[in-house]
Design a protein around this ligand. Structure first.
Ligand code: FAD
Ligand code: FES
Length: 354
């Protein structure tokens, strides 16, 4: 039964069955994932831009408007069986979808629109800034999750992970690296964004999250970051150390050159205050006094076994894939490996998988 939503556009009832069971109203111009998360109903999700495949659901009945999906994101078999991406599909009739039981479930915070004002911008490396944003009211989120920020005048949104822990949720911290020619970064954030500017945001998004109590107490933690993949791991480490100041945490931060490193002093001082924390910056493209090579290789060198560990990996897809392989080679159980890939918007490299 089609109804009108508050904006006057047509809306439809969407039922989800399977691992989740709920009904929501979804406008014709609204992605299914957005409708469920705004109603506090969890569906698996990660990139919200059609590049990871995490949000796949099976269309049981009804019609949706869905863009063509590359087989690198949704395999031919899945497409033949009626799977669509919930983050890209909009209903054209009342619809029923099925969600398979995910290996891991994610946070349940309700998605909402968030108004922000830039409080501060600091250059922390030659191509990286931290941006502090004051928001309308405190945001419920889990360490590791991200916001989408509208790029003014373009109709584009980009994802940026919170670096602050959830407890300080009235002011969000983002760590943002400049991408040459990038619409959001080169064209806006590094090209005119200033203190006092207002931001249109929505979130929180993503299954990549540390939930207090999710791991057995005292499970040692491996954090592998590439570039600004450090942002969500900063939030995760802060939350984990709040829960247990002595927790064993090994943070590896991979960048190409020494000039790309940032927040070294922060991590060194944090490691002095927490005896269980080690901080290992690694350079992959130049020599220096510290570690060199890729973070995955550094982990292989440093650990004979990771059987009892849990890992959080975040950064460029190739770095995350290599890090996951290293964890598996050291016998870390797959269910203990949590990852987030900073996939460029709309770009799906061959062989990319969630
Ligand atoms: C879940 C998620 C969380 C993210 N969190 C963060 C974060 O906390 N901090 C952060 O800095 N970024 C983060 N990103 C990446 C961010 O969302 C943007 O993709 C990035 O800032 C580039 O946007 P842009 O508009 O400047 O470039 P675009 O206009 O999207 O891209 C311009 C060109 O550069 C290419 N390109 C884009 N990104 C890269 C890259 N990384 N390496 C090489 N080429 C690239 C594109 O293919 C395109 O050709 C995240 C991405 C995801 C999916
Ligand atoms: S969350 Fe939909 S494809 Fe990544």
């Amino acid at each position: 039964m089609a109804v009108s939503d508050t904006t006057g556009s047509q809306a439809h009832r969407v039922d989800v069955v399977g691992a989740a069971s709920a009904s929501v109203t979804c406008a014709e111009d609204q992605p299914l994932l957005d409708a469920f998360l705004r109603n506090g109903v969890y569906l698996p999700n990660s990139c919200n831009q059609g590049t990871c495949g995490t949000c796949k659901v099976r269309l049981c009945s009804g019609t949706v408007d869905a863009p063509e999906v590359p087989e690198t994101v949704l395999g031919a078999d899945d497409q033949a069986r009626g799977f669509v991406l919930a983050c890209q599909s909009r209903p054209r009739s009342d619809t029923t979808i099925e969600v398979e039981a995910p290996e891991q479930t994610g946070p349940r915070h309700r998605l909402r629109d968030v108004a922000g004002t830039v409080h501060g911008i600091e250059t922390v490396a030659h191509d990286t800034v931290t941006v502090l944003v004051d928001i309308d009211e405190p945001l419920d989120f889990s360490a590791g999750q991200y916001m989408e920020i509208a790029v003014p005048g373009t109709g584009e949104w980009r994802q940026y992970s919170m670096a602050n822990p959830p407890a300080s949720a009235s002011r969000l911290e983002f760590q943002i690296r400049r991408v040459p020619g990038g619409v959001a970064t080169d064209g806006w954030i590094f090209g005119g964004l200033d203190v006092g500017h207002e931001l249109e945001m929505r979130g929180p998004w993503g299954d990549f999250a540390y939930e207090p109590g999710a791991d057995e107490p005292e499970t040692p933690m491996l954090l592998l970051a590439g570039g600004t993949g450090l942002a969500p791991l900063t939030s995760i480490a802060a939350q984990a150390l709040t829960d247990d100041p002595d927790r064993e945490i090994h943070l590896y931060h991979g960048v190409r050159h020494e000039a790309d490193l940032y927040h070294q002093q922060f991590w060194q001082e944090l490691a002095e205050r927490h005896r269980g924390l080690t901080y290992v910056p690694c350079l992959s493209r130049s020599e220096w006094v510290g570690r060199t090579g890729y973070v995955g290789d550094a982990v292989l060198d440093d650990f004979a076994s990771l059987r009892g560990y849990v890992a959080y990996l975040c950064g460029p897809p190739a770095m995350v894939d290599a890090g996951v392989k290293a964890c598996k080679r050291r016998r870390m159980p797959a269910r203990n490996i949590r990852r987030e890939k900073y996939t460029p918007s709309g770009i799906v490299p061959a062989g990319l998988s969630a």
